[in-house]
Design a protein around this ligand. Structure first.
Ligand code: HEC
Length: 155
């Protein structure tokens, strides 16, 4: 549902998205990352996950396909910056708003009934905006979401 998601960012106050997020460390590539990754969503928000270098490479390719623009040099700088400062074990982030039950079980570590509780909640109350939303969602243990915050997003 691409339109639904586009709308969410249009209305989401930037300050709110930034509040729970990490700082972008001062290092080469920071400026390029803000320039290339900060137009559609907060760059901090993008950098809330920790991925392998290949994971960042795939994510950059996905963002370019979605319309992100930059020179080859800028994109190379962004990749270096993210791969260096936001390095992790996950091959890709999982968007909790579009994840299937199987993905919620395998990637987020939820039990089948917990995955079902989130999917039912999502259908009724709409998408999550931040992982903190899970502090208040009945039937889904926040601890599990928090434990895997390096690979989970609410986009
Ligand atoms: C043209 C608009 C646009 C720009 C610029 C952009 N993104 Fe995104 N980004 C999106 C959209 C749309 C989504 C949601 C995709 C989805 O839900 O499948 C997204 C989602 C993400 C996600 C969540 C995981 C995912 O795969 O959905 C990450 C991480 C991310 N972007 C990182 C970045 C980085 C890093 C950059 C800079 C290279 C960037 N974005 C630039 C549009 C953009």
């Amino acid at each position: 549902m691409p339109f639904g998601r586009t709308c969410i960012w249009m209305v989401a106050p930037i300050a709110m998205a930034a509040s729970a997020q990490v700082q972008l460390p001062d290092a080469p590539g920071k400026e390029a990352t803000i320039a290339v990754c900060g137009t559609c969503h907060e760059p901090h928000r993008a950098a809330s996950v920790r991925l392998t270098r290949e994971g960042w490479q795939d994510t950059l390719a996905k963002m370019v396909a979605l319309g992100a623009t930059g020179t080859d040099d800028e994109l190379a700088q962004v990749l270096e910056y993210l791969a260096e400062h936001f390095k992790g074990n996950a091959p890709r982030p999982l968007n909790l708003n579009s994840a299937t039950a199987i993905e919620l079980e395998s990637v987020a570590g939820l039990l089948r009934k917990e995955a079902a509780a989130w999917i039912a909640h999502r259908k009724k109350a709409g998408p999550c905006k931040s992982l903190d939303d899970f502090k208040k969602i009945r039937g889904v243990p926040f601890r599990k979401i928090h434990d895997r915050r390096d690979r989970l997003v609410c986009f």
